[in-house]
Design a protein around this ligand. Structure first.
Ligand SMILES: [Zn+2]
Length: 397
């Protein structure tokens, strides 16, 4: 069947104006100006047509709560059932690709989606993340053996163990490697260190040998410098970005995934001092970090760090675009949500091209003017690999 979509077209890079996107056999067969509907095609009209959005940083934790213990304790069965639901929600909210940076079920969701057995976006999955023993994602209330058994991370503590951990992730079917170059906000007044440069270098070398990119969770200058020196491909969160770090990232083409959306929601903080550190670093992230990232021309990608919990539910991932729009123009936000995100996670997606795979969305409103128009209630249709799905938007006509 031939499908024709008419509306204002954004191709992942530029606005083309009013146009028609024709989809046949899973591919975009034609993009033309104005209304140019092939005979016999089924016509769908909307205000705005663009590539499906991409979330470059999320987790399929399948839990309602936002704490490390819950993320570790959840059974694989519960995580799988809830995440399968989240996959469909993401797709119908306009996301046609996502990168899962550490979970119990990401590589399996990825495989089942590719095989067409479940509905959802393409998943670039890390499998288990790599972390140090006693790091922030290691629930220290539990005996170590139990924590490791339940974890969504491989704990590794030397170049040798870290090389092995990369291979274990490869064995799970990872298509990216996620590392913790630092902790988060748990250590009183300080950010806990993560891998040292020697361990990180080994991880990067081994990952690249397998053709996998490395995504590094980095809070603070030390972790940022260690990550960059070791040669990681994307910096996640990146709190504490400064001028020289940004310049090093730009020179090396390292992507920045600031995950602003996750900091909109208050975290459960057990130590008051950690709360103060968090508050100050987050305040700086929303001011200096973002200003520096934009002025240095970093490749900034949409990534929410949503986990599928009550406070960070999959389906509201467009929030990151809204937050980015405080620092970037509307078109740049759309690029960060499509072509730039795709480039950062190594997918051939995020653009509308003749002969290319048909992953696109049809919206009400104009998100190049107002990023809020990317909200699920404006998503009328989603096309994934050429197949048409209803979005959450109400169709009037
Ligand atoms: Zn994360």
């Amino acid at each position: 069947m031939t499908l024709a979509f008419v509306g204002k077209v954004f191709d992942g890079h530029e606005i083309l104006g009013l146009g028609t996107v024709v989809v046949e056999g899973g591919e975009i067969s034609r993009i033309s100006r104005g209304e140019d509907i092939p005979p016999g095609a089924q016509l769908f009209k909307g205000d705005f047509i663009m590539p499906g959005m991409i979330d470059a940083h999320l987790h399929f934790f399948g839990v309602e709560e936002d704490n490390v213990m819950a993320w570790n304790l959840v059974s694989e069965v519960d995580a799988a059932i809830r995440s399968t639901r989240d996959m469909e929600i993401l797709l119908r909210s306009g996301f046609t690709a996502v990168r899962d940076l550490g979970s119990k079920v990401g590589t399996r969701l990825s495989r089942l989606q590719r095989r067409g057995e479940i509905l959802g976006p393409t998943v670039v999955a890390s499998g288990y993340s790599l972390a140090i023993t006693g790091g922030d994602d290691d629930p220290k209330e539990l005996p170590l053996e139990m924590a490791q058994k339940l974890s969504y991370s491989f704990y590794c503590d030397s170049p040798h163990e870290c090389r092995k951990a990369v291979r274990l992730a490869v064995r799970q079917g990872a298509s990216v490697i996620k590392v913790y170059a630092s902790g988060a906000f748990s250590q009183g007044g300080k950010i806990q260190p993560g891998f040292n440069v020697e361990e990180l270098r080994t991880i990067v070398e081994e990952s690249h040998r397998f053709g996998l990119r490395v995504a590094s969770h980095a809070y603070g200058r030390e972790a940022l410098l260690t990550s960059i020196t070791a040669g990681v491909d994307t910096v996640e969160h990146g709190l504490g970005l400064d001028e020289d770090v940004a310049e090093m990232m730009r020179e090396r083409g390292i992507c920045y995934v600031p995950t602003l959306a996750t900091y909109e929601v208050p975290f459960e903080v057990s130590e008051p001092q950690a709360g103060k550190v968090r508050e100050e670093m987050v305040r700086r992230h929303f001011t200096d970090d973002m200003r520096i990232a934009v002025t240095h021309g970093l490749k900034i990608a949409l990534g929410t760090d949503y986990v599928g919990s009550r406070k960070r539910p999959h389906g509201r991932n467009y929030r990151e675009a809204v937050l980015l729009s405080k620092y970037m123009g509307g078109i740049d936000v759309l690029r960060a949500s499509t072509s730039v995100a795709s480039e950062c996670i190594g997918l051939n997606a995020g653009h509308l091209r003749e002969g290319g795979s048909a992953d696109l969305i049809v919206l009400r409103g104009d998100p190049s003017i107002n990023s809020e128009d990317l909200a699920p209630q404006n998503v009328l249709y989603v096309v994934k690999s050429g197949k048409l799905y209803r979005g959450y938007g109400t169709i009037n006509s």
